[in-house]
Design a protein around this ligand. Structure first.
Ligand SMILES: [Zn+2]
Length: 100
């Protein structure tokens, strides 16, 4: 396999072992299937935008990042017990809406 990295365009080009060229961006910016904070499935463009900016889903951005932006940017993350408690609270609110 031959690698050729074109730094000017941030593109990596290489010959695959099956004989074709693979051309891809150097930074793939892949959005994970689930939020690394709350493990909820990433589901829409708001989640993707929040992940690109803060590496979490949109709900976590609203719940954890925006009220604590300075701490978040310095690397602080919520306790897993707080994340679970928040998820249970949100789930019970949704269930209450359907029962009323
Ligand atoms: Zn999340």
């Amino acid at each position: 396999m031959t690698n050729n990295i074109n730094n000017e365009n941030e593109i990596i080009t290489y010959m695959h072992s099956d004989g074709f060229y693979v051309i891809r961006p150097k930074q793939l910016n892949i959005i994970p299937i689930e939020c690394p904070i709350c493990t909820r499935m990433m589901s829409d463009a708001d989640d993707a935008a929040a992940y690109r900016k803060h590496e979490c889903c949109h709900d976590c951005m609203i719940s954890w990042v925006e009220p604590n932006l300075e701490k978040w940017n310095s690397g602080c993350r919520p306790l897993q017990s707080d994340v679970v408690a928040k998820r249970v609270d949100l789930t019970s609110r949704i269930i209450d809406q359907f029962l009323i």
